[in-house]
Write a protein that binds this ligand. Structure first.
Ligand code: GLC
Length: 420
């Protein structure tokens, strides 16, 4: 061991009187709302149980920004971060930078939903341990739908018509800041999720299919994206082109939107005591684009990965196992409405009582649509970037969906080369 890294290792690892090693660990946190305080509470418990110290490294909430930063840190062999929180789509791209958790997790793997474990397994290596899963909902204002005698919309067109009618009537009644629909249309991973839902539920496929075929350049996909273009600056604020989850939730939770597309975390926050819409909203599956199609919810979720550059890998693995354990997932489900990856927790009475969304959302999760990260492997981020850019251009009025999807197809074909 080189002298410098030996001293660094000594600094990170202190020998306790008991003979056990205690490490100074760090974990990233892009948490929003009360998520960071919640994490701190769990870390405090881990510290007490193990004698380790864990510090939080604050990250942006935007998934794409995290990915860029992680790549830089990992490429530089950064030893300052021990545990990374990874988006469900990243396993194939970051697999080489993380430790294999298979052996350490062998006794708990069977507790998790198998498809999630599979999504985090690359060439037999368990790249990350699931922490929670995610499947979006259409949030709607129960009080407003009742007031205007409207049903919960089943199609995107119905959603837009109801949104417009209620928005206009509320504005006329003096509620000037009311909008019909808020969603995520910033140029980032969240737009890939939203647009995949419009396209898939309209019969337009999944961008790149499971067998690697590039399918996005088709009339159903184009119609779905053009339809969404019609929402910008009519039922949705023009600023939606810069919205991520949190900007959408900001409008929604202050009572200024009839509908919102968002993940389950907004359910817990919308029901909190300081929320203007507490008791006034509910959730439904996302609308359908075309008759004969099913509602499509993009599969999301976050995992715990241990950096291969960690100076205290064993303690870092303990931390990942701790945060992914049934006890911690249960608490996270109750307090933050994070959907567990532990099968048994979907039958847990305490979770059902605190967050009824969770057991109700199991079928939505089970039929959710994966982004094409498995077929495009290490190129997924570029594929997604090209897709969200084509969609963002269309929503911004730079070309029609048909034009932009044709260009996208050419770019994807070039990126693919002979095979993914
Ligand atoms: C949520 C999902 C994640 C997705 C992101 C997009 O955090 O869990 O999978 O990539 O939203 O904004």
């Amino acid at each position: 061991m080189k002298a410098k890294s030996f001293i660094a290792a000594l600094l990170t690892t202190t020998l306790l009187a008991s003979g056990a090693f205690a490490a100074n660990l760090s974990i990233v946190s892009g948490d929003t709302g009360n998520g960071r305080e919640f994490l701190r509470k769990q870390l405090d418990r881990f510290e007490k149980e193990t004698g380790n110290k864990v510090s939080i490294v604050a990250m942006p909430a935007n998934s794409s920004d995290n990915f860029g930063q992680y790549r830089l840190w990992l490429a530089a062999g950064n030893t300052d971060i021990d545990v990374y929180r990874t988006d469900v789509i990243w396993a194939p791209q970051l697999a080489d930078q993380f430790l294999d958790l298979k052996a350490a997790a062998k006794d708990v793997i069977d507790q998790h939903i198998p498809s999630i474990i599979e999504s985090q397994t690359v060439d037999g290596k368990l790249v990350a341990l699931p922490m929670f899963t995610d499947a979006p909902a259409l949030y709607y204002r129960k009080d407003l739908l009742e007031k205007y005698k409207k049903p919960v919309p089943k199609t995107w067109d119905e959603m837009a018509a109801t949104a417009k009618e209620i928005q206009d009537a509320e504005r006329t009644a003096g509620n000037k800041s009311m909008y019909g629909y808020v969603f995520q249309a910033n140029a980032y991973e969240g737009l890939t999720c939203n647009a995949l839902e419009w396209v898939k539920s309209s019969g337009g496929g999944q961008i790149v299919e499971a067998d690697g075929t590039i399918s996005i350049n088709n009339p159903d996909a184009a119609a779905a994206i053009d339809r969404a273009k019609g929402w910008v600056d009519t039922i949705s604020p023009k600023g939606v082109l810069a919205y991520t989850e949190e900007e959408a939730r900001g409008i929604w939770q202050t009572g200024n939107s009839v509908f919102m597309r968002n993940w389950p975390y907004a359910y817990a926050l919308g029901g909190s005591s300081d929320s203007a819409i507490k008791g006034k909203f509910d959730v439904a599956p996302l609308p359908v684009g075309k008759e004969g199609q099913n509602s499509a919810a993009t599969l999301g979720g976050w995992n715990l990965a241990v950096s291969k550059y960690s100076k205290a890998p064993e303690e870092a693995i303990k931390l990942a196992l701790f945060l992914g354990s049934p006890e911690q997932q249960k608490e996270r489900a109750i307090e933050l409405a994070s959907m567990p990856t532990i099968k048994a927790l979907y039958d847990d009475k305490d979770i059902a009582a605190a967050q009824p969304l969770i057991p109700n959302w199991k079928p939505v999760f089970e039929s959710s649509v994966p982004r094409p990260s498995a077929p495009t492997k290490v190129k997924y981020n570029e594929v997604s970037n090209m897709f969200w850019s084509a969609v963002h251009d269309t929503l911004s009025g730079n070309g029609t969906a048909a034009e932009n999807l044709e260009l996208l197809e050419a770019k994807l074909t070039e990126l693919q080369g002979g095979s993914w």
